[in-house]
Design a protein around this ligand. Structure first.
Ligand SMILES: [Zn+2]
Ligand SMILES: [Zn+2]
Length: 125
């Protein structure tokens, strides 16, 4: 009863053979029915689209980082003495990253700069 088999032809190597699954609908098996194929394709398209969006978002963060980083060195250099002064007057334990100074002002910018440097380092390997 070969006419009950799925009509899909497969190319596993250099010769074709007919799909050995039983035809369920319209002469196709569940896997090879055009509806099922289209459904799988839509699913993988959606997955690709999500991956693509992730990638674009990551690139956007990277671009923003690069842009900000371009302005940072001078800013960081001018803020570092201020931050150190703050920490000194508040009696922070800088070696242990234990701060008593308020989480605003110069140190915030330095912390952010360090975070960006870290992300950059991660990307570059
Ligand atoms: Zn089939
Ligand atoms: Zn501090």
């Amino acid at each position: 009863m070969s006419d009950e088999r799925c009509k899909k032809e497969l190319w596993p190597g250099w010769h074709t053979y007919q799909c050995e699954n039983k035809a369920k609908r319209d002469g196709w098996c569940g896997i090879h029915h055009p509806d099922a194929v289209a459904k799988r394709r839509a699913k993988s398209d959606a997955k690709y689209k999500a991956q693509r969006e992730d990638f674009v978002a990551t690139q956007a963060v990277a671009a923003r980082d690069r842009e900000r980083l371009a302005h940072y060195p001078k800013l960081v250099e001018s803020l570092r003495p201020l931050a150190e002064q703050d920490c000194e007057s508040w009696g922070c334990d800088i070696a242990n990253e234990s701060h008593l100074c308020p989480p605003t002002g110069a140190r915030t910018v330095l912390t952010e700069a360090a975070a960006i440097e870290k992300r950059k380092g991660g990307r570059d390997g």
